[in-house]
Design a protein around this ligand. Structure first.
Ligand SMILES: Cc1ncc(COP(=O)(O)O)c(C=O)c1O
Length: 364
Protein backbone atom coordinates (compact mmCIF):
# COMPACT_ATOMS: atom_id res chain seq x y z
CA UNK A 1 0.00 0.00 0.00
CA UNK A 2 2.92 2.33 0.74
CA UNK A 3 4.23 1.78 -2.78
CA UNK A 4 0.80 2.48 -4.25
CA UNK A 5 0.48 5.53 -1.98
CA UNK A 6 3.79 6.89 -3.30
CA UNK A 7 2.75 6.27 -6.91
CA UNK A 8 -0.43 8.32 -6.38
CA UNK A 9 1.02 10.93 -3.99
CA UNK A 10 -1.55 9.75 -1.46
CA UNK A 11 -1.55 10.62 2.23
CA UNK A 12 -0.09 7.49 3.74
CA UNK A 13 -2.04 6.23 6.76
CA UNK A 14 -1.20 2.63 5.94
CA UNK A 15 2.12 1.53 7.43
CA UNK A 16 2.65 1.89 11.19
CA UNK A 17 5.28 4.57 11.57
CA UNK A 18 5.20 8.18 12.81
CA UNK A 19 5.69 10.98 10.27
CA UNK A 20 7.05 13.28 13.00
CA UNK A 21 10.59 13.36 14.37
CA UNK A 22 11.95 11.70 17.47
CA UNK A 23 13.32 13.82 20.32
CA UNK A 24 16.28 16.02 19.28
CA UNK A 25 17.82 15.16 22.66
CA UNK A 26 17.87 11.47 21.75
CA UNK A 27 19.41 12.18 18.35
CA UNK A 28 22.03 14.33 20.03
CA UNK A 29 22.80 11.52 22.47
CA UNK A 30 23.48 9.10 19.58
CA UNK A 31 25.82 11.66 18.02
CA UNK A 32 27.63 12.12 21.31
CA UNK A 33 27.93 8.36 21.88
CA UNK A 34 29.47 7.97 18.42
CA UNK A 35 31.93 10.78 19.12
CA UNK A 36 32.74 9.19 22.45
CA UNK A 37 33.91 6.07 20.61
CA UNK A 38 31.01 3.64 21.08
CA UNK A 39 31.36 2.36 17.54
CA UNK A 40 32.44 -1.27 17.84
CA UNK A 41 30.50 -4.48 18.60
CA UNK A 42 28.27 -4.37 21.65
CA UNK A 43 28.14 -7.44 23.91
CA UNK A 44 26.05 -10.25 22.40
CA UNK A 45 23.29 -9.79 25.02
CA UNK A 46 23.27 -5.99 24.60
CA UNK A 47 24.78 -3.05 26.49
CA UNK A 48 24.59 -3.92 30.19
CA UNK A 49 23.44 -0.47 31.36
CA UNK A 50 20.50 -0.65 28.96
CA UNK A 51 19.54 -4.10 30.21
CA UNK A 52 19.73 -2.88 33.81
CA UNK A 53 17.36 -0.02 33.03
CA UNK A 54 14.93 -2.38 31.29
CA UNK A 55 15.01 -4.60 34.38
CA UNK A 56 14.26 -1.62 36.65
CA UNK A 57 11.47 -0.40 34.39
CA UNK A 58 9.73 -3.77 34.39
CA UNK A 59 10.10 -4.21 38.12
CA UNK A 60 8.52 -0.82 38.71
CA UNK A 61 5.69 -1.40 36.24
CA UNK A 62 4.93 -5.07 36.77
CA UNK A 63 6.53 -6.03 40.07
CA UNK A 64 8.99 -8.55 38.67
CA UNK A 65 12.75 -8.20 38.21
CA UNK A 66 14.18 -9.82 35.07
CA UNK A 67 17.88 -10.34 35.74
CA UNK A 68 19.90 -8.18 33.29
CA UNK A 69 22.68 -10.78 32.98
CA UNK A 70 20.54 -13.80 32.23
CA UNK A 71 16.97 -12.80 31.29
CA UNK A 72 17.23 -9.83 28.91
CA UNK A 73 18.62 -9.61 25.36
CA UNK A 74 18.67 -6.53 23.13
CA UNK A 75 17.54 -7.32 19.59
CA UNK A 76 17.28 -5.77 16.13
CA UNK A 77 13.71 -4.63 16.72
CA UNK A 78 10.88 -6.70 18.08
CA UNK A 79 10.72 -8.41 14.69
CA UNK A 80 14.08 -10.14 15.23
CA UNK A 81 13.06 -11.11 18.76
CA UNK A 82 9.86 -12.69 17.40
CA UNK A 83 11.76 -14.51 14.67
CA UNK A 84 14.44 -15.78 17.06
CA UNK A 85 11.85 -17.02 19.58
CA UNK A 86 10.00 -18.98 16.91
CA UNK A 87 13.14 -20.44 15.31
CA UNK A 88 14.43 -21.38 18.76
CA UNK A 89 11.42 -23.40 19.79
CA UNK A 90 9.40 -24.61 16.81
CA UNK A 91 10.24 -27.92 15.12
CA UNK A 92 8.39 -29.64 12.23
CA UNK A 93 4.86 -30.74 13.05
CA UNK A 94 4.54 -28.64 16.20
CA UNK A 95 1.50 -26.41 16.46
CA UNK A 96 1.33 -22.70 17.14
CA UNK A 97 -1.91 -20.89 18.00
CA UNK A 98 -2.19 -17.42 16.50
CA UNK A 99 -5.11 -15.11 17.20
CA UNK A 100 -6.12 -13.26 14.04
CA UNK A 101 -6.21 -10.53 12.84
CA UNK A 102 -2.49 -10.64 13.67
CA UNK A 103 0.73 -8.81 12.93
CA UNK A 104 2.08 -10.37 9.75
CA UNK A 105 5.49 -11.64 10.86
CA UNK A 106 4.37 -14.55 13.04
CA UNK A 107 2.92 -17.05 10.58
CA UNK A 108 5.70 -17.06 7.91
CA UNK A 109 8.41 -17.92 10.46
CA UNK A 110 6.33 -20.70 12.01
CA UNK A 111 5.76 -22.16 8.53
CA UNK A 112 9.43 -21.78 7.60
CA UNK A 113 10.28 -23.89 10.65
CA UNK A 114 7.83 -26.61 9.53
CA UNK A 115 5.36 -25.67 12.24
CA UNK A 116 1.60 -25.78 11.85
CA UNK A 117 -0.41 -22.61 12.41
CA UNK A 118 -3.80 -22.95 14.10
CA UNK A 119 -5.74 -19.72 13.94
CA UNK A 120 -8.54 -18.28 16.02
CA UNK A 121 -10.37 -15.68 13.94
CA UNK A 122 -11.84 -12.70 15.75
CA UNK A 123 -14.44 -10.44 14.22
CA UNK A 124 -15.76 -6.89 14.54
CA UNK A 125 -19.25 -8.18 15.41
CA UNK A 126 -18.06 -8.84 18.98
CA UNK A 127 -15.36 -6.14 19.03
CA UNK A 128 -12.56 -8.66 18.38
CA UNK A 129 -13.03 -10.32 21.78
CA UNK A 130 -11.54 -13.76 22.30
CA UNK A 131 -13.95 -16.63 22.86
CA UNK A 132 -11.81 -18.63 25.28
CA UNK A 133 -13.95 -21.73 24.85
CA UNK A 134 -13.02 -21.77 21.15
CA UNK A 135 -9.37 -21.06 21.91
CA UNK A 136 -9.18 -23.93 24.42
CA UNK A 137 -10.53 -26.27 21.75
CA UNK A 138 -7.51 -25.47 19.54
CA UNK A 139 -5.12 -26.75 22.21
CA UNK A 140 -3.90 -30.35 21.95
CA UNK A 141 -0.78 -32.42 22.72
CA UNK A 142 1.02 -30.93 19.67
CA UNK A 143 0.53 -27.32 20.79
CA UNK A 144 3.95 -25.83 21.48
CA UNK A 145 3.36 -22.09 21.45
CA UNK A 146 0.58 -19.51 21.74
CA UNK A 147 1.29 -16.03 20.39
CA UNK A 148 -0.56 -13.07 21.88
CA UNK A 149 -0.31 -9.36 21.19
CA UNK A 150 -1.74 -6.80 23.59
CA UNK A 151 -2.40 -3.91 22.95
CA UNK A 152 -3.26 -5.38 19.60
CA UNK A 153 -2.25 -4.38 16.12
CA UNK A 154 -4.49 -4.15 14.14
CA UNK A 155 -7.66 -4.46 16.25
CA UNK A 156 -6.68 -1.78 18.85
CA UNK A 157 -8.10 -4.01 21.61
CA UNK A 158 -6.52 -5.03 24.93
CA UNK A 159 -6.36 -8.20 27.01
CA UNK A 160 -8.48 -7.47 30.06
CA UNK A 161 -8.05 -9.03 33.50
CA UNK A 162 -10.71 -11.65 32.65
CA UNK A 163 -8.72 -12.58 29.51
CA UNK A 164 -5.58 -13.07 31.58
CA UNK A 165 -7.43 -15.36 34.01
CA UNK A 166 -8.89 -17.36 31.10
CA UNK A 167 -5.43 -17.56 29.57
CA UNK A 168 -3.98 -18.94 32.82
CA UNK A 169 -6.71 -21.61 32.91
CA UNK A 170 -6.15 -22.48 29.24
CA UNK A 171 -2.43 -23.32 29.64
CA UNK A 172 -2.58 -24.72 33.18
CA UNK A 173 -1.01 -28.19 33.46
CA UNK A 174 0.58 -28.04 29.98
CA UNK A 175 4.12 -27.32 28.69
CA UNK A 176 2.86 -24.72 26.25
CA UNK A 177 5.12 -21.70 25.80
CA UNK A 178 3.93 -18.14 25.18
CA UNK A 179 5.24 -15.41 22.91
CA UNK A 180 3.79 -12.16 24.21
CA UNK A 181 4.21 -9.28 21.78
CA UNK A 182 3.91 -6.13 23.90
CA UNK A 183 5.39 -3.52 21.58
CA UNK A 184 2.49 -1.11 22.27
CA UNK A 185 2.68 -1.57 26.07
CA UNK A 186 2.70 2.19 26.72
CA UNK A 187 0.14 3.21 24.12
CA UNK A 188 -3.08 2.66 26.07
CA UNK A 189 -5.98 5.05 26.46
CA UNK A 190 -8.95 6.01 28.64
CA UNK A 191 -7.36 4.94 31.92
CA UNK A 192 -7.00 1.27 30.94
CA UNK A 193 -3.95 -0.60 32.27
CA UNK A 194 -1.55 -2.82 30.36
CA UNK A 195 -2.01 -6.45 31.39
CA UNK A 196 1.42 -7.89 30.74
CA UNK A 197 2.07 -11.63 31.17
CA UNK A 198 4.90 -10.43 33.44
CA UNK A 199 2.38 -9.76 36.22
CA UNK A 200 1.17 -13.36 36.27
CA UNK A 201 3.73 -15.99 37.42
CA UNK A 202 1.69 -18.79 35.80
CA UNK A 203 2.17 -17.07 32.43
CA UNK A 204 5.50 -15.31 32.94
CA UNK A 205 7.42 -18.51 33.71
CA UNK A 206 6.59 -19.87 30.24
CA UNK A 207 6.77 -16.60 28.29
CA UNK A 208 9.05 -14.73 25.97
CA UNK A 209 8.04 -11.04 26.08
CA UNK A 210 9.07 -8.83 23.16
CA UNK A 211 9.23 -5.02 23.10
CA UNK A 212 10.32 -2.31 20.68
CA UNK A 213 12.24 0.93 21.16
CA UNK A 214 10.98 1.95 17.72
CA UNK A 215 7.44 2.18 19.11
CA UNK A 216 8.61 3.72 22.37
CA UNK A 217 10.67 6.59 20.99
CA UNK A 218 9.25 7.16 17.46
CA UNK A 219 12.37 5.56 15.96
CA UNK A 220 11.05 2.60 13.95
CA UNK A 221 13.97 2.96 11.52
CA UNK A 222 16.53 2.28 14.23
CA UNK A 223 15.28 -1.29 14.58
CA UNK A 224 16.03 -1.80 18.25
CA UNK A 225 14.00 -3.86 20.69
CA UNK A 226 14.43 -6.55 23.29
CA UNK A 227 13.30 -9.90 24.57
CA UNK A 228 12.62 -10.91 28.19
CA UNK A 229 12.39 -14.51 29.36
CA UNK A 230 13.25 -16.71 32.34
CA UNK A 231 16.93 -17.76 32.35
CA UNK A 232 16.33 -21.27 30.96
CA UNK A 233 14.37 -19.99 27.98
CA UNK A 234 16.72 -17.05 27.40
CA UNK A 235 19.72 -19.41 27.29
CA UNK A 236 18.14 -21.19 24.33
CA UNK A 237 17.15 -17.88 22.68
CA UNK A 238 20.74 -16.63 22.88
CA UNK A 239 22.13 -19.76 21.23
CA UNK A 240 20.45 -18.61 18.01
CA UNK A 241 20.64 -14.86 18.58
CA UNK A 242 24.44 -15.18 18.79
CA UNK A 243 24.65 -16.53 15.24
CA UNK A 244 21.70 -14.75 13.66
CA UNK A 245 22.80 -11.21 14.52
CA UNK A 246 25.47 -11.54 17.24
CA UNK A 247 24.84 -8.02 18.56
CA UNK A 248 23.00 -4.86 17.60
CA UNK A 249 23.72 -1.15 17.10
CA UNK A 250 26.13 0.02 19.81
CA UNK A 251 25.86 3.85 19.93
CA UNK A 252 22.07 3.78 19.86
CA UNK A 253 21.94 1.32 22.75
CA UNK A 254 24.10 3.66 24.84
CA UNK A 255 22.02 6.67 23.81
CA UNK A 256 18.71 4.97 24.64
CA UNK A 257 20.10 3.90 28.03
CA UNK A 258 20.83 7.56 28.88
CA UNK A 259 17.53 8.75 27.46
CA UNK A 260 15.27 6.26 29.22
CA UNK A 261 16.68 7.13 32.64
CA UNK A 262 14.02 9.81 32.59
CA UNK A 263 10.82 7.75 32.99
CA UNK A 264 8.79 10.49 31.33
CA UNK A 265 10.44 9.52 28.05
CA UNK A 266 7.97 6.65 27.88
CA UNK A 267 5.30 7.21 30.55
CA UNK A 268 3.79 10.17 28.65
CA UNK A 269 3.37 8.12 25.46
CA UNK A 270 -0.21 7.04 26.22
CA UNK A 271 -1.38 10.64 26.68
CA UNK A 272 0.49 11.76 23.59
CA UNK A 273 -1.22 9.19 21.37
CA UNK A 274 -4.59 9.50 23.13
CA UNK A 275 -4.65 13.14 21.96
CA UNK A 276 -3.86 11.99 18.42
CA UNK A 277 -6.58 9.34 18.57
CA UNK A 278 -9.10 11.92 19.80
CA UNK A 279 -8.11 14.33 17.07
CA UNK A 280 -8.39 11.65 14.38
CA UNK A 281 -11.79 10.47 15.65
CA UNK A 282 -13.06 14.07 15.74
CA UNK A 283 -11.82 14.75 12.22
CA UNK A 284 -13.45 11.52 10.99
CA UNK A 285 -16.87 12.61 12.30
CA UNK A 286 -17.69 14.28 9.01
CA UNK A 287 -17.08 11.07 7.02
CA UNK A 288 -19.34 8.07 6.30
CA UNK A 289 -16.89 5.62 7.90
CA UNK A 290 -17.82 3.89 11.15
CA UNK A 291 -14.83 3.87 13.49
CA UNK A 292 -14.52 0.89 15.84
CA UNK A 293 -13.45 1.27 19.50
CA UNK A 294 -9.75 2.05 19.91
CA UNK A 295 -8.31 1.32 23.37
CA UNK A 296 -4.62 1.29 22.47
CA UNK A 297 -1.89 1.28 19.74
CA UNK A 298 -1.78 3.98 17.07
CA UNK A 299 -4.21 2.28 14.72
CA UNK A 300 -7.92 2.82 14.19
CA UNK A 301 -10.26 0.47 12.36
CA UNK A 302 -12.97 1.83 10.10
CA UNK A 303 -15.93 -0.09 8.71
CA UNK A 304 -17.21 0.99 5.30
CA UNK A 305 -20.10 -1.45 4.71
CA UNK A 306 -22.59 1.40 4.29
CA UNK A 307 -20.38 2.99 1.63
CA UNK A 308 -19.43 0.10 -0.66
CA UNK A 309 -19.65 -3.66 -1.07
CA UNK A 310 -16.22 -3.93 -2.68
CA UNK A 311 -13.72 -6.28 -1.03
CA UNK A 312 -11.37 -4.67 1.48
CA UNK A 313 -8.49 -4.85 -0.97
CA UNK A 314 -10.49 -3.34 -3.85
CA UNK A 315 -11.82 -0.61 -1.61
CA UNK A 316 -8.41 0.24 -0.08
CA UNK A 317 -6.87 0.45 -3.56
CA UNK A 318 -9.68 2.71 -4.77
CA UNK A 319 -9.22 4.97 -1.73
CA UNK A 320 -5.64 5.52 -2.87
CA UNK A 321 -6.38 5.96 -6.57
CA UNK A 322 -9.60 8.02 -6.40
CA UNK A 323 -9.24 9.88 -3.08
CA UNK A 324 -5.51 9.88 -2.31
CA UNK A 325 -5.55 8.18 1.10
CA UNK A 326 -3.73 4.91 1.87
CA UNK A 327 -5.01 2.43 4.47
CA UNK A 328 -4.55 -1.32 4.99
CA UNK A 329 -7.30 -3.88 4.29
CA UNK A 330 -7.90 -5.98 7.42
CA UNK A 331 -8.00 -9.11 5.27
CA UNK A 332 -4.20 -8.87 5.06
CA UNK A 333 -4.01 -9.70 8.78
CA UNK A 334 -5.87 -13.01 8.35
CA UNK A 335 -4.60 -16.21 6.79
CA UNK A 336 -8.12 -17.26 5.75
CA UNK A 337 -10.19 -15.40 3.19
CA UNK A 338 -12.01 -13.06 5.58
CA UNK A 339 -13.66 -9.82 4.57
CA UNK A 340 -15.57 -7.74 7.12
CA UNK A 341 -15.43 -4.46 5.15
CA UNK A 342 -12.87 -3.05 7.57
CA UNK A 343 -9.69 -1.07 6.86
CA UNK A 344 -6.95 0.15 9.20
CA UNK A 345 -5.67 3.71 9.49
CA UNK A 346 -2.48 4.69 11.33
CA UNK A 347 -2.93 7.95 13.26
CA UNK A 348 0.72 8.33 14.39
CA UNK A 349 0.90 11.36 12.11
CA UNK A 350 1.25 15.13 12.31
CA UNK A 351 -1.94 17.15 12.75
CA UNK A 352 -1.58 18.51 9.21
CA UNK A 353 -1.33 14.96 7.79
CA UNK A 354 -4.47 13.84 9.64
CA UNK A 355 -6.33 16.95 8.53
CA UNK A 356 -5.37 16.45 4.92
CA UNK A 357 -6.30 12.75 4.99
CA UNK A 358 -9.68 13.27 6.63
CA UNK A 359 -10.52 16.17 4.30
CA UNK A 360 -10.12 13.71 1.45
CA UNK A 361 -12.04 10.97 3.30
CA UNK A 362 -15.00 13.32 3.75
CA UNK A 363 -15.46 13.19 -0.04
CA UNK A 364 -15.96 9.39 0.00
C1 LIG B 1 2.42 -6.04 16.84
C2 LIG B 1 3.78 -5.68 16.35
N1 LIG B 1 4.82 -6.43 16.73
C3 LIG B 1 6.07 -6.16 16.32
C4 LIG B 1 6.33 -5.09 15.49
C5 LIG B 1 7.73 -4.85 15.01
O1 LIG B 1 8.45 -4.04 15.86
P1 LIG B 1 9.93 -3.55 15.41
O2 LIG B 1 9.76 -2.42 14.46
O3 LIG B 1 10.59 -3.18 16.70
O4 LIG B 1 10.59 -4.72 14.76
C6 LIG B 1 5.27 -4.28 15.04
C7 LIG B 1 5.51 -3.18 14.11
O5 LIG B 1 4.63 -2.65 13.49
C8 LIG B 1 3.96 -4.59 15.51
O6 LIG B 1 2.91 -3.84 15.12
Amino acid sequence: MTQLANEHQAVNLSQGFPDFETSPELIDLVYRKMNAGHNQYAPMEGVLRLRELIAEKNEKLHGYYYHPETDITITAGATQAISTVITTIIRPGEEVIIIEPAYDSYTPIVKAMGGIVKTLELSPTNNYRIDWFVLRRLINSQTKLIIINTPNNPSATLFEESDMQEFIRAVEGSDILILSDEVYEHIIFDGYKHNSVIKYPELRDRSFVVASFGKLFHTTGWKLGYCLAPKKLMEEFRKLHQFQVFSVNTPMQHAIADYMQDEESYTQLGDFFEKKRNMFFKLMEGTRFKLLPCKGTYFALAQYDTISDETELEFAKRLVKDYGVASIPLSSFYSQDIDNKVIRFCFAKKEATLEQATKRLRKV
